[in-house]
Design a protein around this ligand. Structure first.
Ligand code: SF4
Ligand code: F3S
Ligand code: FES
Length: 251
């Protein structure tokens, strides 16, 4: 059961700007001093056009420097600030306060061990990613200029190239919550990226890696992953395409 702390303080915005008062609940946990996670609550004035990442920064820089979370690019590119925000996995740097209202709850993404506050251990996620050989394999002699590919063939895997490895998909998957060994949708998307690349030669190895007890077939088409993806990748559709590729390979 989570405890709730009183408001940790207030913070004022620059004068002359439209502001709104928000209450932000953050699931906090410091393994060095907390027996369990608890909700900390902060009340502060922010701009409606602030992003959740701006709000977290304001709390950290002006109210409580011990708050810990990952962020880097602040523009939806690096994938480091996926969080559970008002019950949905989102990137904190892409979500505006005005789209959430005055009550905001932020928790770490689920299914991975919490290191501190909103920071989780991403190693199991990246182990699954690495298991599908997420890189180009072609042992033919290098051509003089480049390995050519038609626009039509490139289009087939275009959407899977957009993954930023944020883990919003895998950590929103109910199968992953109950079985942390499930390879997960992010790894399958990155396998899709190369399986459907006409120039790649490691399809058999990738499909074999996915055809394991905790692999591809664990997916129950729950669609949470597709709804969570900040890059709008049609993940469930891609998982079905990889399943079909595997079935055709075995036929
Ligand atoms: Fe994030 Fe989408 Fe890639 Fe999953 S598929 S890791 S949600 S970008
Ligand atoms: Fe999970 Fe997505 Fe399949 S949420 S069950 S990987 S469709
Ligand atoms: Fe890089 Fe949000 S900080 S994606």
């Amino acid at each position: 059961m989570d405890a709730t702390t009183p408001a940790a303080g207030t913070s004022a915005p620059p004068p002359g700007l439209d502001t709104m008062n928000v209450t932000v609940k953050i699931k906090r946990y410091d393994p060095e001093k907390d027996a369990r996670a608890y909700w900390a609550e902060y009340r502060l004035d922010v701009r409606p056009t602030d992003r959740v990442l701006d709000v977290l920064n304001q709390i950290k820089w002006e109210m409580d420097g011990s708050l810990s979370y990952r962020r880097s690019c602040a523009h939806g590119v690096c994938g480091s600030d996926a969080m559970l925000i008002n019950g949905v996995n989102r990137l904190a740097c892409k979500l505006l306060v005005r789209d959430l209202g005055s009550s905001i709850a932020v928790e770490p993404i689920r299914g991975l061990e919490v290191v501190k506050d909103l920071i989780v251990d991403m190693e199991p996620f990246f182990d699954s990613y690495k298991s599908v050989l997420p890189y180009f394999v072609n042992d033919d002699p290098e051509p003089a200029r480049e390995r050519l590919q038609s626009p039509e063939d490139r289009e087939i895997f275009d959407e899977s190239t957009k993954c930023i490895l944020c883990a919003a998909c895998t950590t929103s998957c109910p199968v992953f919550w109950t079985n942390g060994n499930y390879v997960g949708p992010a790894a399958i998307v990155n396998a899709h990226r190369f399986i459907f690349d006409s120039r790649d030669q490691a399809t058999d190895e990738r499909l074999a890696a996915l055809n394991q007890p905790s692999g591809l077939w664990r997916c129950r088409t729950a669609y949470n992953c597709t709804e969570a993806c900040p890059r709008d990748i049609p993940i469930t559709k891609q998982i079905e395409e990889v399943k079909r590729a595997l079935l055709w390979r075995q036929a």
